[in-house]
Design a protein. Structure first.
Length: 540
RNA sequence: GCCUCCGUAGCUCAGUGGAUAGAGCACCGGACUUCUAAUCCGAUGGUCGCAGGUUCGAAUCCUGCCGGGGGCGCCA
């Protein structure tokens, strides 16, 4: 901008971007920071990119802490900081502690993040487990980014599936085969036995009354089991919302009435329809069936309205790919209420988790009882490995899980690579203390001249923007990938640079300063693992 | 038919318009009297599904095609 003002560049000031994007180059030879701003401005200015770059270069070299500014290739500007300026970061990370990487100020945005929301007709299977891991991590990341996040679980305890569940329990309790449209699996028998134990004299009651008891008690037991599994997985929801309450309280009727006032519904074929096709949906949707019963979507209407009335600017919903067909109608519903789809309602679609055995896919079916549950997974590989393996992939990528393979290769899970790096930093700190290397005695970042040190520092500097980006894009896997990169750079640093002197050597300021770097790395690894809900062990 | 996700190294996957496309696993060869070798160093490995287009620049954006997953109820 100053080049424009000095008249060296003939450019409309409006064409100069207010923010110049400066990036961390992938290639170390390209300096600490790089920008392609000259390439972008060259055409508008009618000058060669390298000429524009030269003008910017002149000004950048005068900035304190900048060691060199090179013009490379077609006109990239590569900025190299001097070691002292780059190294200062180690101290600021140590001083910021757990706050490093989190937003300086709250954004004031109230986010409702709904995930898992598995039906209470069975335990949480692998798919739900993926959303538990990803959703909880996303909640942590968004919180770090300054949002006020509420984790919410929608409990579908209403409708025909619950009746099927109740009939299945009833049948199991009487030793009858699973009903045609019912649920199989060992857990049905277990729940049925628990209900029988809780309600004395139940088998003597009229059949219909029994079914109602099995429904009420069975759902409650299933719900408790689900909550317990999630808690064991490190996932706690702020709100467990019961669909039934929407029907019981009249919220569903109120939601439909509201849409009627807005002129968004009409009657046809004895049913009430919502004009979702006015808002991009393929067709209109029934909200009240011709038999007078509310259609499933009416619960969603009321639920969405409820969230908005509770003050959430942003309602984020995570769904499996098998539900992606609902996105259109949900967004249309949001628009029908006068809200802005994509902002007030945001739907994240994630691909499925497939069960594989001996190289061939196995279809998981709740009804056939061939599900692999959250608890099965945790039992096999542990919480940390399970969460990490589910969160390190993009949600756009389907995951194949082979339990046998997972157990055998559990040591190949990159979580151990990251955790080991953290354990190493902890151990280095212990050894340093024993050797009399103390942080408070010195910090001279100009001594951090090793290649591995500057690479490590560069990675540490990126952490806050990785957290911010993972939050903006709702992609926690970015954080996991970053931590793997950071751990790698630490391992290389560890290999090349000693923090404690060898036997017989003096403690110098180099050791003391490296201890700052070690501790800063430990802090970032711990902060990052924390955002994934994965432990940061001190020894392994 | 329509919607949506995917197609990148032998395998599993990163890479939201930038420079020579990366990592792990697998395979081959090295480094442990060690601040923990769950680590590090080196080598091998690519028509980024295909064809056009936009751009100074495309794995990335647009269009079409090929191949695969998932979805398209007055079920919940």
């Amino acid at each position: 901008m100053s080049a424009v003002q000095a008249g060296e560049l003939s450019l409309d000031p409006a064409d100069v971007p207010a923010e110049v994007r400066v990036e961390r180059p992938k290639n170390r030879d390209h300096g600490d920071w790089a920008t392609s701003v000259a390439l972008q401005l060259a055409k508008r200015a009618g000058r060669a990119p390298r000429e524009v770059a030269a003008l910017v270069q002149e000004r950048l070299v005068r900035v304190p802490g900048v060691k060199a500014v090179d013009i490379a290739g077609p006109g990239f500007l590569n900025v190299t900081l001097d070691a002292a300026a780059a190294g200062e970061l180690a101290r600021s990370i140590v001083e910021a502690g757990a706050a490093y990487g989190t937003a300086a100020e709250p954004t004031g945005e109230k986010v409702n993040l709904e995930f898992v929301s598995a039906n209470p007709t069975g335990p949480i299977h692998l798919g739900g487990t993926r959303w538990a891991a990803v959703g909880d991590s996303l909640a942590r990341i968004l919180t770090a980014a300054g949002a006020e996040v509420t984790r919410e679980y929608y409990f579908n305890d209403h409708g025909a599936q619950i009746d099927r569940f109740a009939r299945s329990l009833l049948a199991a309790a009487h030793g009858e085969p699973t009903p045609e449209d019912g649920y199989g699996g060992a857990y049905i028998g277990e729940i049925a036995q628990q209900v029988l134990a809780r309600v004395p004299g139940l088998p003597q009651q009229p059949r219909e009354q029994q079914q109602e008891t099995f429904r009420r008690e069975g759902v409650e037991l299933m719900f408790a089991e689900i909550k317990e599994s999630l808690a064991g997985f490190g996932v706690e929801f702020d709100v467990y919302f019961h669909e039934d309450s929407l029907h019981a309280s009249g919220a569903v009727e109120r939601a439909v009435a509201r849409l009627r006032e807005l002129g968004r519904v009409y009657e046809a074929d004895g049913a009430t329809w919502l004009r979702t096709s006015d808002f991009g949906d393929d067709k209109d949707r029934v909200v009240v069936k011709s038999d007078g019963q509310p259609a499933y979507i009416s619960g969603d209407l009321a639920y969405y309205l409820d969230k908005r009335e509770r003050g959430f600017d942003r309602c984020v919903l995570m769904l499996g790919a098998d539900h992606h067909g609902y996105v259109g109608r949900m967004m249309a519903m949001c628009a029908a209420f006068g809200d802005e789809p994509g902002r007030n309602l945001e739907i994240l679609i994630g691909q499925m988790v497939n069960l594989v055995k001996d190289g061939t896919p196995v279809r998981m079916s709740k009804r056939a009882g061939t599900v692999v549950t959250l608890e099965d997974l945790v039992e096999q590989v542990g919480v940390d490995a399970a969460r990490y393996s589910l969160v390190r992939s993009s949600v756009d990528t389907p995951i194949d899980v082979d339990l046998d393979l997972l157990v055998k290769r559990s040591n190949d899970n990159p979580v151990y690579y990251v955790q080991y790096a953290h354990a190493r930093t902890a151990n280095v700190a212990v050894n340093a203390a024993a050797a009399g290397v103390r942080r408070e005695d010195a910090f001279d970042p100009a001594l951090l001249t090793d290649e591995t040190e500057s690479l490590l520092l560069a990675a540490l500097a990126e952490f806050p923007s990785v957290v911010a980006r993972a939050g903006e894009l709702r992609e926690p896997h970015r954080l996991a990938r970053y931590l793997e990169e950071l751990a790698g750079r630490f391992h290389k640093f560890y290999d090349a640079c000693r923090v404690t002197p060898r036997a017989g050597e003096e403690v110098t300021d180099v050791h003391r300063t490296r201890l700052w770097v070690n501790d800063a790395t430990r802090q970032v690894l711990a902060n990052g693992l924390g955002l994934l809900g994965v432990g940061a062990p001190e020894r392994m």
